[in-house]
Structure formats: structure tokens, C-alpha cells
Design a protein. Structure first.
Length: 200
């Protein structure tokens, strides 16, 4: 059964819990199938997303994707299909792993004298700024995923603060078209943000 259509609840395969509790390194057939399904359905898109969060660090991104899929496999009951699609949940898990790694790096300053540590502390962004930066990148990525027509109306109406009538004049399209494109652009943006683990 594909991961995206699974319902929340405990697994019923008795071999799965026996393997986990015994600590054996072998996987049951069901475990292998689930891992293959998770990887096939989500690994590519997840890696693409995480590469942006890790500033293109391929090795780190691969580690984050692997850990994300492992957590999904180990804790399937954490996924609630009523709160959104599986990919959005996986993106949230991945984003939190990246944030945790940033925080861990901040918690271990380089060994140096007091003055060097003070300068490093002043230059290191706070946890809120890291979260804000990661969220900004994810939102920008979501906006880039929109069609050019949808991006254009959002740019005029939200970023530049124009009224619908002003946007219609600037874009050279009828007012009704601006209204409908804005509606559909916001809907598409909301979905794109959810896929990236951001609550609109």
C-alpha cells in the first residue's frame, strides 16, 4: 500500500515489532517494501527540497533525507493524513532536522579565546533568524513553483501593494482575469507551501 494513502494507526505486522525489539539487523519483507515505497514516492522531491535548506550541501542533504525516511518508517503513527499529505509531513520532519543541526552547531562554539568567542556570538544568527531564513527560502521556493502568470499577479497585488484595478492596468489584462488569477495563485501557493511543510 503506498505511504501516501496509509491511514494513521499502529502496524499490525507482528514481525515488525519483533525485529525492532530484538535489535536484529534484518528487515521483514513488509519493512523492506515500506522503505522502498517511501523512497520511490518521496526521496527525489525531498532531496530537492532539503538541498535548498542546506545551501546545496549534497552530503548533508542526503543524510537529512535518509534520517527523515527512517523516522517515518520508525514512527508511522506520527503521520496524520487529516493534517495534510505525506510529503508535507516529511518536509516538516526534514526542515526540523536541518534546524536542529543548525542549533547543535551553534551550541558548540569553536575553541578560542574569550574575545574570539564574543565576536563569533555576535556574528552567529539566533535560532529565530535561522528558522526565519529557512522558512523564507521555502516560501520563495513555493512562489517559484507557481506559473509565471500567477507569480505576476501576486507580485503586483501583494509585493508591490497595488489594487486589483492597478495590477490589471500594469499587466495589461482585464480586471476579472486579475481577480481569478489571484484566487488561483493563492490556492496554488497554499498547496506549494504545505508540500514544503509550511503552515500558510
Amino acid at each position: 500500500m503506498p505511504w501516501s494513502s496509509r491511514k494513521r494507526g499502529p502496524r499490525t505486522d507482528p514481525n515488525r515489532s519483533a525485529h525492532r525489539e530484538s535489535g536484529k539487523g534484518t528487515l521483514s519483507t513488509a519493512d523492506e517494501e515500506l522503505l522502498r515505497t517511501l523512497y520511490a514516492e518521496h526521496a527525489g522531491a525531498l532531496l530537492h527540497y532539503v538541498l535548498r535548506l542546506t545551501s546545496g550541501d549534497w552530503q548533508w542533504a542526503e543524510d537529512v533525507v535518509q534520517e527523515t525516511l527512517l523516522r517515518a518508517w520508525q514512527h508511522p503513527a506520527a503521520f496524520d493524513p487529516e493534517r495534510g499529505p505525506a510529503r508535507a509531513w516529511l518536509c516538516t520532519v526534514a526542515r526540523r532536522l536541518v534546524i536542529d543541526a543548525h542549533r547543535a552547531r551553534q551550541a558548540r562554539p569553536a575553541e578560542a579565546g574569550g574575545e574570539a568567542l564574543q565576536r563569533a556570538a555576535e556574528q552567529t544568527p539566533g535560532e529565530d533568524r535561522i528558522e526565519q531564513a529557512l522558512q523564507s527560502w521555502a516560501v520563495a521556493d513555493a512562489v517559484r513553483s507557481l506559473s509565471p502568470e500567477h507569480r505576476a499577479v501576486l507580485l503586483e497585488t501583494y509585493y508591490r501593494g497595488r489594487t486589483m484595478a492597478e495590477a490589471a492596468k500594469v499587466l495589461g489584462i482585464p480586471l476579472g482575469t486579475v481577480k481569478s488569477r489571484t484566487y488561483y495563485a493563492l490556492h496554488a501557493l497554499r498547496l506549494a507551501m504545505q508540500e514544503r511543510g509550511i503552515e500558510p
